[in-house]
Design a protein around this ligand. Structure first.
Ligand SMILES: *Cc1c(COP(=O)(O)O)cnc(C)c1O
Length: 454
């Protein structure tokens, strides 16, 4: 196939594809509403004829258009899908890194294959290893735990508070002389309470890794998340904000962290593109991985990044409309938000008095086709069987074989506050494409259900 053929075929199909892209925003599947309980309930529920079709869907793909299409075609036509060389000089990943660093207010960005890979690179960048402890929130995604274990270091759990993020007081309590870093995870679209976290970390000499996978583009007091601590990571998997299906990034303003992370992502070696940014190398070659991003991924992400601000604007407009509609309900307690202006509007949250009430609330809301659920997208890590039993890839793995590694106990007792918060909050997902009618419908439904509980 010649280059021309690639172009012509693509153009011939572009009408159908455009139609697909256009309808993708509206005809969203029911998958996002999903647990087993939800589907059972949905089949019993009444269906008023005027009920809007509410499905938040996946955000990034709803914004796919000619810009992603054009960028992908450019990679095909250039026949240069590898980021470092090809018949034509590849620029997609390179440019994406530059734009992404600028957007996040950091000196450097490194594009990688996933958020999990980004965490492994960030941990390598910070020089974390056997004997070190890393404080991790008890409720977060697996990768925040596995990146510590893969480094041979010891994960120490701290509770979340009603921000759903690291409780700054419990973080401080969990610091020992062995604590090297803390992973501040900005979960479910909302920033951590960064002021006390940074203050404690700086005072106690603990490095801060910000995991922004669930809050890409969020901010705290005007600073983009990921650029506040020593290093930040992002995921571009389909559940997150901007997406290429899979993908991730690391940002930092520290040249030594950047060089170590860049080396780790590419077999321990360093390419000229990084030295162009860094100047002379200061780190010797060490054993690394291959987490290099392809030009196809970089092409899609470059296009998606130009839309991140409008994704956030649409989501947060809808989220704030719903918060505004429910905040005056008598006695209602919402998620605590250290900086509401930095929230990306992934979902809205309110508290109930008990797990039973929460379940009743979710059931009632789902009967009305409102996408209500428990908190989603993370794991109560300390009560996972493989965590309780400290199972790594080898029984002699260094993480759990230091004196303190043998001594530490995971399980429910190390995260009571987290379990309690998890059990009492209701989550309502927000869609970027929700109309005012949908927002009003959700507000009315929450008000009805909330009032019926009293
Ligand atoms: C999704 C996610 C990751 C991992 O990202 P992947 O791209 O799926 O590897 C890490 N941390 C958090 C908080 C996440 O939600």
């Amino acid at each position: 196939m010649t280059t021309r053929n690639v172009t012509t075929n693509a153009r011939n199909h572009s009408l159908t594809r455009r139609k697909f892209l256009a309808t993708g925003c509206i005809a969203l599947s029911g998958a996002a509403v999903g647990s087993r309980a939800g589907r059972l309930l949905a089949s019993e529920s009444p269906k008023p004829p005027d009920m809007p079709n509410i499905d938040p869907g996946y955000v990034g793909p709803q914004f796919f258009d000619e810009r992603e299409e054009q960028a992908l075609l450019e990679v095909l036509e250039s026949r240069s899908p590898f980021r470092y060389w090809g018949p034509r000089r590849p620029t997609k990943v390179l440019r994406f890194e530059e734009s992404f660093a600028k957007y996040m207010g950091a000196r450097f960005a490194l594009a990688v294959t996933s958020g999990t890979a980004a965490l492994d690179c960030a941990v390598a960048g910070l020089g974390i290893g056997p004997g070190d402890e890393v404080i991790v929130p008890a409720y977060t995604w697996w990768s925040d735990y596995t990146c510590v274990v893969h480094a041979g270091a010891l994960p120490v759990f701290a509770d979340i508070d009603t921000t759903f993020n690291l409780d700054p007081q419990d973080f401080e309590r969990k610091i020992t002389p062995r604590t090297k870093a803390v992973i501040a995870v900005h979960l479910l679209g909302g920033p951590c309470d960064m002021d006390p976290i940074m203050e404690t970390a700086r005072k106690r000499g603990v490095m801060v890794l910000e995991d922004c996978a669930q809050c890409v583009g969020g901010s705290h007091r005007g600073r983009k998340l990921g650029g506040i601590g020593d290093v930040g990571i992002y995921s571009f998997q389909v559940n997150k904000m901007i997406t290429s299906g899979e993908g991730g990034a690391v940002v930092t303003s520290d040249p030594a962290i950047y060089e170590r992370a860049a080396r780790f992502h590419d077999m321990g070696t360093i390419r000229s593109v990084f030295l162009d940014r860094l100047g002379p190398s200061t780190v010797k070659t060490f054993a690394g991985e291959n987490f290099r991003m392809s030009e196809f991924t970089g092409a899609v992400l470059g296009a998606q990044l130009t839309k991140l601000d409008s994704m956030i604007a649409q989501l947060s407009r809808n989220a704030e409309a719903i918060y505004d509609g429910i905040r005056n309900l008598p006695g209602i307690r919402l998620r605590r938000r250290p900086d509401p202006a930095g929230d990306i509007g992934y979902a809205v949250y309110f508290e109930t008095g008990s797990k039973d009430t929460r379940n009743r609330c979710i059931r009632e809301l789902r009967n009305r086709k409102v996408p209500a659920s428990t908190l989603t997208g993370s794991v109560l890590l300390p009560i996972e069987e493989s965590v309780i039993n400290k199972r790594a890839r080898h029984p002699d793995w260094p993480s759990f074989n230091t004196p303190h590694g043998r001594e530490i106990k995971y399980g429910a007792d190390c995260c009571r506050q987290t379990l309690d918060i998890f059990d009492r909050f209701v989550q309502i997902r927000i869609g970027a494409k929700y109309t005012q009618r949908i927002n009003d419908y959700i507000v009315d439904s929450i008000r009805d259900v909330y009032n019926s509980l009293a």
